[in-house]
Write a protein that binds this ligand. Structure first.
Ligand SMILES: Cc1ncc(COP(=O)(O)O)c(C=O)c1O
Length: 375
């Protein structure tokens, strides 16, 4: 295996992958309608389900597309004309779900909350109870990648009870933060291959309660490519995707799942948290602060307040870090100037220490004197 140049992506996905995952994509050409490939997809689906649920009761439906494809597939496939969908919006990805629902003309209620604060469960409950039309579906982002805030999906699941089907966008928590769909009362969950699963981009998927997948869809579908029920039943019947799957990406995902099983999900999350602790200690030394507090924080994505320093420029900082092998990300909060550093993917504490040294050099140059992490 030829080693590839290592770029450390401190972005909230696509995240840094191992060479073994990258090289797993180099396979002999195969027609994805062959039995071998059907078996591969079947195995990948089963393993993904097992990470969050019992495969006897839940199933994974694969799509070719980025993460938004799975979110859109769920929202547009399961919300019918008799439904009212409540969407929790406390960041860019909650807002995106509102935009998806609006594009399909769905009946929605938006529950807005400040991106930097934990959800007020009493207000959410009031919002559900006071809705003119009964809420039948509720969609929430588990880990708001905008800020690093973890929404308490367990408590929201309790609020949903039997009357409301909960949809969770678990894009950036899946495969790290523990999720048990049945115990948390989650009917549908969306995630993708390229975040904490540490694989390459191109596959998104929905994990869903089989009782819902096996029942007739709520109405004549208004979607086509992203139809959850059609994709599920076609695979059951043919062991093929309805449309061309991302063949090589599927092999990478299989390899990434094997590597996750070897590392262990608990151990993976613990590695991320250790990296975060080092990052936060270093940011504190540099006098940088972040949005939110430790409580309710995922410890995987940090939204850092841009310093008010003469000469500071995010893109210059980005380019300096990039030229040294590290990629960071702009912020996504409208009201506040922030940038983001994520610590997911195939990264180590040493990577974070190196990043902090580089940040120290950058800010040291700005200050024109000695505040560095080496102090
Ligand atoms: C919470 C969340 N939802 C959805 C997405 C999907 O984005 P994309 O379609 O770019 O993969 C992301 C990506 O960062 C995310 O963090």
């Amino acid at each position: 295996m030829i080693p590839l140049q290592r770029n450390v992506l401190l972005t909230p996905g696509p995240a840094t992958t191992t060479d073994t995952v990258k090289w797993a994509q180099v396979v002999p050409d195969i027609c994805p309608r062959e039995e071998h490939f059907g078996n591969l997809m079947d195995e990948v689906s089963l393993e993904l389900t097992k990470l969050v649920a019992d495969p006897l009761e839940y199933a994974t439906v694969l799509f070719c597309g980025s993460g938004t494809a799975a979110v859109e597939a769920i929202i547009s496939s399961v919300t019918g004309p008799d439904d009212t969908l409540l969407i929790v919006n406390n960041g860019a990805y909650g807002k995106r779900m509102c935009e998806i629902a609006a594009a399909y003309g769905l009946q929605t209620v938006e529950f807005r909350s400040a991106p930097q604060l934990p959800l007020d469960m009493t207000s959410l409950e009031q919002c559900i109870r006071s809705s003119e039309r009964p809420i039948t579906k509720l969609a929430v982002v588990h880990h708001e990648t905008t800020t690093g805030l973890l929404n308490d999906i367990e408590a929201i699941g309790r609020l949903c009870g039997n009357e409301i089907d909960m949809i969770v966008d678990a894009m950036s928590s899946f495969a790290a933060v523990p999720i048990r769909m049945k115990e948390m009362n989650i009917r549908y969950l969306a995630a993708s291959s390229n975040k904490c699963l540490q694989s390459t981009a191109g596959i998104s998927f929905a994990v869903a309660d089989k009782s819902r997948l096996d029942s007739p869809p709520p109405r004549r579908a208004s979607n086509y490519y992203l139809n959850l029920h059609a994709q599920y039943s076609y695979f059951l019947l043919h062991r093929q995707m309805r449309f061309t799957p991302p063949v090589q990406t599927m092999y990478a995902l299989k390899q990434a799942i094997d590597e996750l099983k070897r590392e262990g999900m608990t151990e993976r999350y613990a590695r991320y948290v250790k990296c975060w602790d080092i990052l936060i200690a270093g940011l504190n030394r540099l006098g940088l602060s972040f949005i939110g507090s430790e409580e309710g924080h995922s410890k995987m994505v940090t939204s850092i307040i841009e310093p008010d320093l003469p000469g500071y420029d995010f893109y210059e900082l980005h380019d300096f870090l990039f030229s040294n092998g590290f990629t960071i990300y702009p912020g996504k909060i409208k009201e506040l100037s922030t940038f983001r550093i994520a610590n997911i993917g195939d990264i180590s504490c040493k990577d974070i220490e190196e990043l902090l040294t580089l940040l120290g050099h950058y800010f040291n140059r700005l200050h024109g004197r000695g505040v560095t992490n080496d102090d």
